[in-house]
Design a protein around this ligand. Sequence first.
Ligand code: AMP
Length: 318
Amino acid sequence: MPPPQRLPCRLHHKAKRLSQHHHPLHHDIQGEKTVQTAYTLDVLRKQIDTLAADGSTIGLVPTMGALHDGHLTLVRRAREMCDHVAVSIFVNPTQFGPGEDLDAYPRQLEADAAMLEAEGTAVLWAPNVAAMYPDGFVTNISVTGVSEGLCGADRPGHFDGVATVVCKLFNQVRPTHAFFGEKDFQQLAVIRAMARDLDLTHPHARSIIGVPTVREADGLAMSSRNRYLSDKDRGAAVTLPRAMKAAITRIEAGDDVAATLMAFQDELIGAGFTSVDYATLADSASLAPLAALEGRTARLIVAARIGGTRLIDNMPVS
Ligand code: AMP
C-alpha cells in the first residue's frame, strides 16, 4: 500500500531516512510497507508509471535473488543516485547451460523481500518464467566481441540469455539508471555494449553503473553460490583472492604474465581447487587477452572450480 500522501520523492526519501535513523522500527509503527511486489507486467507497469509520473528517476538492480551484501550494496548505490529503486529477482533459465545449477539455485523470495524492504526499495519485480517468456517467445539478443572469450567460451549461450533478459528488464521497468556488479565484469561489458548498440536510451550506456565487488572479511567475493561450499572448501576458497593479489603484484612488477598465471593456477590446484576454467590478463575495455601489460589498464579475470562450485573473480591491474 502506498502511503496516503507522497512527499516529493527526494523529500520523502530524506524524511524516511531521517525517521529510520531516529527510529529503526519506523515501518512497523507506521504499518507501512514501502516495497511493492509485482508478479505480472501489468502490475509492474502501473507501479512504475506512478513512481515516474512526476519525473522521478528510477534505478534498476537486476538480480537472481538469494541476496547478500553485494546485491544490497548495489541497492544502496541506486538509492543514493535515484529517487526510487526497483529490484528484479528472476532466476533466468536461459542463462544456465545443460548440467548447470538452475534447479539447485537458491530461491528465497520472502527473505529477499524483507531485506529489500529494509533498504527502502520501492518495487520488487518478481516474474515467474511464464511471465517472462510467454508461449511463443522466439527472440534472442546476441552480443559478439566482449561476450566471446572467458565465461562466454566456457558457457555457450550464457551471455545471449543474460543480454536478452536484461534487455527485457530494461523495457519492462524503463529505468533511468541500472546497476550491475563488477563481480561479473564480462557481464557488465556485455550489457554496456548492448545498451549502446540497441539505443537503450533509458538507460543508455552512461546510465549503466558498475559497482565494485563486495567481499567477505577474508577477501572472497560475495556470491549466492558461496553457500554451496562445504566448510573445508570455503576455507580453501580464500586462496582465490589471495593468489590473485599476489599474481597482480608480480605482473605489475614486470614478471612474465604467462609464467605468473601458470604459477597462479598451480597454487589454486595445490590449495584444493579441482580445476581452473581460465585465468586471463585481459584488456579492461575489450576483454581481449594480454600477453604483457605494457601500460594498459587491465584486469585479472578468473573462473575456477572447487567442490563442484564454479567461482569467478576479477581485479584491476595497472
Ligand atoms: P546475481 O544475483 O548473481 O545475478 O547478481 C545480481 C547483480 O549483483 C549483478 O550485477 C552482480 O554483478 C551483482 N553482484 C553479485 N555479487 C556481487 C558482489 N560480491 N559485489 C558486487 N556486486 C555483486
